[in-house]
Write a protein that binds this ligand. Sequence first.
Ligand SMILES: [Zn+2]
Length: 308
Amino acid sequence: MVAHIAVDIGGTHLRAGLFHQDSIHPLRLEQISTQYQDATPLDRLVSLITSIWPENDEVAAIAVAAPGPLNPYEGIIYTTPNIPGWVDLHLSEHLENEFNVPVLLGNDANLAALAEWKYGAGCGHHHLIYLTVSTGIGGGVIVDDRLLLGAHGMAAELGHTTIIPNGPMCGCGQPGHLEALASGTAIANWVEMEIASGTHSVLAGQTNLSAKVIAETAAMGDDLARTAFLRAGKFLGIGIVSFLHIFNPSIVIIGGGVSKSGDLLMSPVRKAVDEGIMSSQFQKGLTITHPEFGDQAGLIGALALTRS
Ligand SMILES: [Zn+2]
């Protein structure tokens, strides 16, 4: 039988799965921690893939999901968070030489979009927006049944859409991006800033605030925590309005840890979309929903890439 190998390069784990031709359920699935002192991550990745390699089946392709920035056309990782040594790494070429099968590479948010479109919440849709809202905000876009990659494969950095010129600084070094206003990090930073300027909250005095803790506090009725989500949801909705205007999707899928706060985030998102849309025609038949795949999205997306 023909088999496919999907790999996900995560911040904490390198994960690899072996799949038969038509299944999204792995025959073998192994993971190891990304960081390890005795061997380079590349050597460990090669051993991980070797450990799930089938004895009898033929492997058609390997695909790798990795955080950007990367070049999916040439299989090059420019830099990646959590693995400082991987700079301008020709990953596909290296793995092709090692295993003698085609190797494909994709941005993990793009591949999560591909996973939802091919096997998940976006099945049957031809135009799809995927957003993952966690410590940062990642995005992926399917247009006319194709994953949007762009001239250099750098699309679609939806989290780095400017919402407020001269707004709070984003992790990318530019101000006022959606990620700097609506990510988990942005929510926690804003609450800390408000507390520092004297706003009352039961969160005052707590260190290492997270969006999860703030969501739990909001559910208990804390005004500042509730306002933090109203604010983040509003900015996320403003971003989504622009994505609807630009791409005219029939489904918007919002995943990531912050989206688990449910209506706390989604109510202001929907309100901002209703208020900001230029024509209700953009909302005709529009679904705004949760993803089907959680932290398996990168792996399933890589699998989808091997079959594309
Ligand atoms: Zn940015």
